[in-house]
Design a protein around this ligand. Structure first.
Ligand code: PMV
Length: 327
């Protein structure tokens, strides 16, 4: 293999879950208790450059040398690609995002998806969205859903080895180009409890967790049906309810886990009032204080202005994004 073939660059968008993943049945392989559903978001993206067979490992993220757990997480994904191929020993990885400072969107999803696609290409493996999704999943669960664009479902799978736990595109971005998701940043500091720890704690101590898991597959099916019909009200209602339920499982953990800040609630309530006035807008919320508002092209400026008026900064309107691509 020529040296040139061992270097590859890929670019991936983040995604936002409309039906959320919250809880692992296998921590090592990152296997979820439930399926989830998301929309890939443009224009935000992360670019990863991977060179294999360099002898020494070197990882940089946004221009700074990565150390500790962050570096280890990247290298453990790379090692899965290098396994059994001594000629690929040593990796130089450079990852950089074009996100506005603390956009409040899961940049790790875009980062691990870009990393998985680039690493496989650098190793000379053929383009294979399913294999890339499985690899990305092991870096960060939600990253499994950023390998492809549009609306993607991550199937929980049943096999203990995780070979049937991957995300796939159900609808391309062109199925519903008018959909908008507005990322609303109300707090820029790092969240107190990372999703990895928060979901582990919820699974272990929340009496509501079982009910959450039991409804998950039906919830994905209901959301898929709304997307198929391009029913924004149907999808918005499901997304809002699903976010509240995820947070309810965390709030019922012992000790309780609350990701909402006063400003989060202020935005959520303002979105509800806007809707009462006839503007199609529904919030969703990951494991942090920054809501994302689902709306359409026509109402996006109204939603954006409302959130800016409440002091949120930045407020980033996003459109349905495409597949991770080689650069
Ligand atoms: O992929 P992780 O470990 O960052 O977990 C993501 C969990 C949520 O963002 C809260 C929900 C989801 O499905 O993306």
């Amino acid at each position: 293999m020529s040296v040139g073939m061992r270097k590859a660059t890929a670019r991936a968008h983040p995604n936002l879950a409309l039906v959320k993943y919250w809880g692992k049945r296998d921590e090592g392989l990152v296997l979820p208790h439930q399926s989830s559903l998301s929309l890939t978001l443009a224009p935000l993206a992360v670019t990863a450059v991977v060179e294999l067979g360099t002898g020494e490992d070197e990882v940089s993220i946004n221009g700074a040398r990565a150390v500790g757990a962050e570096r280890e997480r990247v290298l453990s994904l790379i090692r899965r690609v290098q396994a059994g191929r001594p000629e690929l020993k040593g990796a130089k990885v450079e990852s950089s995002g074009d996100f506005p400072v603390a956009a409040g969107l899961a940049s790790s999803a875009a980062a691990f998806a870009a990393l998985a696609v680039a690493a496989r290409a650098a190793a000379g493996d053929p383009a294979d969205p399913r294999a890339a999704s499985i690899l990305a999943r092991m870096g960060s669960g939600s990253a499994s859903r950023s390998v492809q664009g549009g609306f993607c479902a991550w199937h929980r799978g049943d096999r203990p080895d995780g070979t049937d736990s991957y995300a796939e595109q159900l609808f391309p971005p062109g199925h519903w180009p008018e959909v908008r998701m507005v990322a609303v940043v109300v707090a820029r500091e790092e969240k107190d409890v990372k999703s990895r720890d928060g979901m582990r704690h919820t699974v272990a101590t929340s009496p509501f967790y079982q009910a959450w898991v039991e409804d998950a597959e039906q919830e994905v099916a209901r959301a898929v049906d709304a997307i198929r019909r391009r029913d924004l009200e149907g999808l918005g209602s499901i997304a809002e309810r699903n976010a509240w339920r995820m947070h309810a499982t965390a709030l019922a953990a012992d000790p309780p886990l609350c990701y909402l800040k006063p400003k989060t609630l202020e935005v959520i309530q303002a979105v509800g009032r806007l809707r009462a006035q006839g503007v199609p807008a529904w919030f969703t919320l990951d494991a942090g204080p920054n809501p994302v508002v689902l709306t359409d092209e026509k109402s996006e400026p109204t939603v954006t202005a409302l959130c800016r008026g409440l002091g949120a900064d930045p407020v980033v309107p996003c459109t349905p994004g495409g597949d991770a691509v080689m650069v």
